[in-house]
Design a protein around this ligand. Structure first.
Ligand SMILES: [Zn+2]
Length: 332
């Protein structure tokens, strides 16, 4: 084994906790060494680690073109500032949950959004990243709904829309074949950590019913060994709420044959009896046209769910990112 491969393997061992204690900073260090020596494998892993801010040192490097008033640029997935932003959150984990906190950078998000009615963003002039957060989702039969971030958002000075910080995590977990299941699970844990930190569930759900809340993952039509939304819902509920995998969706082929824009049929989503009389927090990764959500609401109501809240990590309103996988469009 060459020196470069050895360093790469050492980095991966620290990343996965394989034979050594898991240590992202060590992983980042050894992979950086391997990358400097020309390993493209190390480069790929480093990109993934950077995007989710694993082990990346706080180096304070702001892209030369970005000023503090450049707005959402700081949340661009590939810019150095995102690492900075997330590092800020990590540096101060003792802060209490704050519903006005930007889920991307941790600063207060109090400026009304121009892109999304009812949403807000943190203020770049006060050190925030400017990404839009807490986008209201209004659907019939829903007590309240919110998406934490846009899936992608336009970045000034760039032609393509960029993934938001949560959007890039979701994209990697769902579509990046280079990311293995243990790393995907780590990414989901990172998302759960951010959900806890911004206190969105407490903000969303009425205090009177929150103690009886049952978290239900939106059903997936794609078979995966690791079901990200189920894992997400399970971890979000852990030690705090109930958890029910109550919803099932018909197969992907069947739902794909549905003409675009048409609603799912009532039996496209089935629901178990376990939700009767309960307050449900329906959890999904992305909200697009809302067809899946409406079918879920119908199924939950049919089985007697009392009140339904909805939390989506992202709202997808912009078109695809150029060069991204076509698969990326199975969002509805
Ligand atoms: Zn921010």
């Amino acid at each position: 084994m060459s020196k470069v491969d050895k360093y790469t393997e050492r980095g991966i061992a620290f990343l996965e906790g394989d034979g050594v204690a898991k240590d992202y900073e060590q992983a980042f260090y050894w992979l950086s060494v391997a990358y400097e020596l020309g390993s493209s494998k190390a480069e790929t892993i480093l990109c993934d680690m950077r995007a989710k801010s694993l082990g990346a040192p706080f180096d304070g490097d702001v892209p030369e073109t970005a000023s503090l008033d450049d707005g959402p640029d700081a949340c661009g997935v590939t810019t150095g500032t995102q690492t900075v932003a997330v590092s800020n959150v990590r540096a101060d984990e003792s802060r209490p949950a704050n519903p006005n906190r930007c889920i991307a950078c941790g600063e207060e998000a109090l400026v009304p959004s121009e892109a999304f009615a009812g949403a807000k963003h943190c203020s770049p002039s006060r050190g925030g990243c400017g990404t839009n957060v807490m986008i209201p989702i209004v659907e019939d039969g829903l007590a309240r709904g919110v998406a934490l971030q846009p899936y992608r958002e336009p970045i000034p000075g760039r032609r393509e829309n960029m993934y938001s910080s949560l959007g890039s995590l979701i994209h990697m977990v769902k579509y990046d074949t280079r990311v293995d299941d243990p790393l995907k699970a780590e990414m989901v844990r990172e998302i759960v950590r951010r959900i806890g930190e911004c206190g969105v569930i407490e903000q969303l759900v009425d205090k009177r019913v929150i103690r009886n809340l049952v978290v239900v993952p939106a059903p997936s039509s794609k078979r995966r060994k690791l079901q990200p939304v189920s894992l997400l819902a399970e971890l979000v509920s852990e030690g705090r709420f109930g958890y029910e995998e109550a919803l099932k969706k018909r197969s992907r082929t069947e739902s794909k044959s549905r003409p675009k824009g048409t609603e799912l049929a009532p039996n496209d989503v089935s629901c178990s009896e376990s939700v009767r009389g309960k307050t449900v927090l329906l959890l999904d990764d992305t909200y697009g046209e809302g067809a899946t959500l409406r079918a879920c609401i119908r199924a939950l109501k049919d089985k007697g769910a009392q009140e339904i809240y909805f939390l989506s990590l992202c709202k997808n309103i912009y078109g695809g990112v150029k060069g991204s996988s076509a698969d990326d469009d199975d969002i509805d």
